[in-house]
Design a binder for this molecule. Structure first.
Ligand code: CA
Ligand code: CA
Ligand code: CA
Length: 231
């Protein structure tokens, strides 16, 4: 019986086709009936989300904290700093940007639109046998921090003076003093410097100038662990 059915090539294909297409069409209608409510609901949600979306033309309010610079001079990476010299002082000082006799190093900074506060932080190192020389930190040419380093003081410390500059707040925190941290055999001093700028300009040049008067093998000022953030 099966053999005869398999060998039988007769029959009305149109009847089978009509029944099958009717079944498929019916299934499609049934499926639409089940999901149409959900799809309509979802497309309504998407429409509401898209039409309610606004795009800000300013960064203002679009960011709360943005890191612009994070430089440790590791592996000889000086970031955007211009001037000075990359040296590995060994010890716990390691790689830093050193300023020798009357050298200046500059960091160009770009603050995004909408920055209400710019924060610049770095370690300032008084290295080796400094004997009362001055280091000057400036923002766009205006001195914001003056420091002296004198290894011959009993404490081997740095002493700071902050000029009164409107919109600029400078704080210093002593990290280490009167200990040899690297470089020559003399003791060194490390101070964490933090500079807060209210409504900073879009482009600002941070500069550090060393007033040392002997080679870097004797004395230097150093910069390390630089971060700049925008809020
Ligand atoms: Ca370093
Ligand atoms: Ca030293
Ligand atoms: Ca000197």
């Amino acid at each position: 019986m099966l053999k005869r059915f398999l060998n039988d090539e007769g029959g009305a294909v149109t009847v089978d086709w009509t029944v099958m297409t009717a079944a498929v069409a019916g299934l499609g209608l049934a499926t639409y009936g089940v999901v149409s409510g959900g799809i309509g609901d979802l497309s309504g949600d998407v429409s509401a989300q898209l039409s309610g979306q606004s795009i800000s033309s300013r960064f203002g309010g679009a960011f709360s904290l943005m890191t612009l610079v994070d430089t440790t001079f590791t592996g000889g990476d000086r970031g955007d700093w211009v001037g000075g010299r990359l040296l590995d002082m060994g010890g716990t000082l390691g790689e830093l940007l050193a300023l020798g006799q009357n050298e200046t190093a500059e960091l160009p900074i770009t603050f995004p639109d909408g920055t209400s506060t710019g924060r610049i932080s770095f370690d300032l190192i008084g290295g080796d046998s400094g004997d009362g020389e001055l280091v000057t930190i400036s923002a766009d040419g205006t001195p914001v921090l003056l420091g002296t380093y004198n290894v011959r003081r009993v404490t081997g410390e740095m002493i700071f003076n902050m000029p009164d500059v409107p919109g600029v707040t400078v704080t210093t925190e002593m990290i280490s003093e009167n200990r040899n941290l690297g470089g020559g055999g003399w003791t060194d001093a490390v101070t964490r410097v933090s500079i807060a700028l209210d409504d900073p300009p879009s482009n600002l040049i941070l500069a550090a100038r060393s007033g040392t008067n002997q080679p870097v093998s004797d004395e230097y000022f150093g910069i390390d662990n630089v971060t700049v953030t925008a809020e």
